[in-house]
Design a protein around this ligand. Structure first.
Ligand code: GTP
Length: 374
């Protein structure tokens, strides 16, 4: 259990593409707020610099602040790729680098002119940067990378100033490492909490599959992606055959076991990371297959039907029984809405039921199109 939880937060490799999108947007919003706040605070800090720094220093420090504030502003208004995790990670790295570059430059300026970095709180900057990491939900790998970047910059700065090994320098490094561990721990805890809440909100409790809300949200986002990339998208709508009779004969608990077993089959048949099986409601399931044509989806549907025919579930009363499913397949057509696509899949499913069950039907293009939009 603890090992599983650790693996969950160790890196983003175990997270679904959909969770990564949610986390990227989360990171994007926080980085944006901090970057815009810093873009305002940096120039405002000039008032403190003016009061505390010698006049000869003020101008050059003001230039550094202007550059750092402009870089923060650029980061704050950069709104592209907000759902890409790699871009979110890069954004956070840029934020750390901008602040570190400002800190190194201003401290150097002060030292070159014979002043102490204690003036106006410049010596606190690396500590502020490392504490800032606690604000973000990060995996162990990510938190380690950002903390090591800050420590490495501090080490390099000490080395350049030929202070490496001094009591003060070791003290600084030690403090940074302690604060880094605390903020890293907080960041990893945030990820764990976010992951837990995300799973609770988006998963069906009985089967562990995505719930209807998440399936519809993801289908909407796939349709948006389709507008940019023009790849095919298929949806498969499943309905277990004669499930009422099954429940009436073997009991509701046995029905639940079948639902779980069917969910397991769907998970196994979702071969690509982008395939999303979901419980659509009751004994209805939905599968979203981006980048799949109707004929490819039919092959997958046949393989799912075959797996159901071969599956035997053990009921609480000890019976070993099989089950079958009917499937409606619809391939996305340009300008169609999410509801229209699912409606066509539902019509195809109805046809599969009417034709004798345990079969798959592909919805014709433009089938009932006028009726749906009417
Ligand atoms: N065990 C169990 N049964 C459920 C659950 N959700 C819905 N059902 C049952 O699923 C059955 C759905 O039956 P119907 O929609 O009437 O159709 P069917 O018997 O599957 O027949 P066809 O769809 O025509 O093949 C109902 O008896 C519901 O009570 C659930 O979570 N667990």
């Amino acid at each position: 259990m603890i090992f599983e939880a650790l693996l969950d937060v160790s890196s983003d490799k175990r997270h679904s593409r959909y969770f990564n999108q949610t986390r990227s947007h989360f990171l994007f919003r926080r980085i944006r707020i901090i970057a815009l706040m810093l873009a305002i605070i940096q120039p405002a800090w000039l008032a403190i610099d003016y009061l505390l720094l010698p006049q000869s220093m003020f101008e050059s420090i003001a230039y550094s602040r202007a550059i750092a504030a402009s870089a923060c502003l650029a980061l704050g208004i950069w709104t592209q790729f907000r759902y890409s995790l790699r871009t979110a990670q890069l954004r956070l790295l840029l934020l750390v680098m901008i602040l570190s570059a400002f800190q190194v430059a201003t401290s150097e300026l002060l030292i070159i002119h014979g002043y102490s970095t204690n003036v106006a709180g410049y010596q606190f900057f690396p500590f502020m940067i490392i504490c800032m990491i606690a604000i973000f939900p990060l995996s162990i790998t990510e938190a380690l990378i950002y903390i090591l970047v800050v420590l490495f910059i501090e080490l390099l700065t000490q080395f350049a100033r030929q202070k490496l090994g001094d009591v003060d320098s070791i003290n600084n490094l030690w403090l940074l490492a302690v604060l880094g561990s605390i903020s890293g721990w907080a960041a990893i805890n945030q990820l764990s909490m976010l992951l837990g809440l995300y799973r609770q909100a988006t998963r069906d409790a009985l089967t562990g599959l995505a719930n209807r809300r998440q399936a519809l949200e993801q289908l909407e986002s796939e349709l948006l992606r389709h507008q940019q990339q023009q790849h095919s998208i298929c949806v498969l709508l499943f309905d277990l055959d004669k499930f009422k009779l099954f429940n009436d004969t073997y009991g509701h608990a046995a029905g639940d076991i079948v639902l779980k077993s069917f969910a397991h089959i769907l998970k196994k048949q979702s071969r690509r990371r982008t395939d999303l099986p979901a419980r659509y409601g009751g004994e209805e399931f939905l599968m979203i297959l981006p980048g799949t044509t109707a004929s490819d989806a039919l092959v997958i549907a046949e393989s799912i039907m075959e797996a159901c025919r071969n599956a035997k579930v053990k009921t609480p009363s000890g019976d070993s029984i099989g089950f079958t499913t009917s499937i409606g397949i619809a391939e996305y057509q340009a300008k169609e809405t999410c509801d229209q696509l699912i409606h066509r899949a539902d019509k195809a499913l109805y046809e599969a039921k009417a034709n004798g069950r345990d079969r798959a039907c592909i919805a014709e293009a433009n089938q009932d199109y006028t009726e749906v939009i009417a």
